[in-house]
Design a protein around this ligand. Structure first.
Ligand SMILES: Nc1[nH]c(=O)nc2c1ncn2[C@H]1C[C@H](O)[C@@H](COP(=O)(O)OP(=O)(O)OP(=O)(O)O)O1
Length: 215
């Protein structure tokens, strides 16, 4: 039995923001046998409508823009892992950091459910710097036409994980959110394809209090 069954039903937590695609709602969620904790942190300057995204230079999700984060190490709290990864990947030290989302990702043919804790930071020390793993770049949270006027690129959803476009509206509106995305394996015949290249099989995201998610 999937020990994460309570997360399988959209609407079990909070009010559903999006679920889909409509032609796959009947498909079962993927079954997983273990869960691994991850962090994902986004530096944001709210008053200036700016967000720092990092271009992943290696490993899982290479070539995509994302927040900064990674696996929680044994013996570490999730918050400590979030701060450590931020320092390792962007060379900044978090001062004001807050929890804002929890997302679960499953991949066809992988037994592991990724449990990703999402944070925003609004105060930090040092400026984001390129590291071995990430190339940080500031983006505007405004729509493209307005972003141009402040000489920043808008959020590059075409060059991010496909699910980001689904939950970013909640994240940018400072609403806490919970959700799950299952990915099918990559389409047959694609050369050198990796697990993370597969298309989204089904998903849901809800606006929800993270207190209901303490685990
Ligand atoms: N579908 C998805 N959408 C998204 O926005 N972020 C995702 C995602 N799937 C995974 N992530 C994030 C979570 C986490 O921050 C990161 C994956 O972590 P990594 O594999 O880079 O971990 P580590 O930095 O610990 O890895 P190594 O140092 O290479 O072992 O990708």
């Amino acid at each position: 039995m999937d020990q994460f069954a309570s997360l399988l039903a959209p609407g079990s937590i909070g009010s559903v923001h999006t679920e889909g695609p409509s032609n796959s709602l009947h498909l079962p969620w993927l079954t997983t046998s273990s869960v691994k904790q991850y962090t994902l942190v986004f530096p944001i300057i709210t008053g200036e409508n700016k967000i720092c995204l990092g271009l992943k230079k290696r490993g899982f999700g290479v070539g995509r823009y994302n927040g900064f984060g990674g696996k929680v190490e044994p013996g570490e709290t999730v918050l400590d892992a979030a701060k450590r990864e931020l320092l390792e990947e962007a060379n900044i030290t978090a001062i004001k950091i807050s929890s804002c989302g929890r997302m679960y990702f499953a991949f066809e043919n992988s037994p592991v459910l990724m449990d990703v804790h999402v944070y925003r930071i609004e105060e930090w020390e040092q400026e984001p710097e390129e590291t071995e793993e990430m190339l940080p770049k500031w983006h505007s949270t405004l729509p493209a036409a307005q972003a141009e006027s402040v000489f920043l690129p808008s959020i590059p959803f075409d060059n991010m994980w496909p699910d980001d476009e689904l939950w970013f509206p909640l994240f940018l509106a400072k609403k806490s959110f919970v959700g799950r995305v299952d990915f099918n394996k990559p389409v047959d015949g694609e050369k050198n394809s990796k697990m993370e290249d597969g298309p989204m099989r089904k998903w849901w995201f809800a606006e929800a209090s993270l207190d209901s998610m303490k685990a």
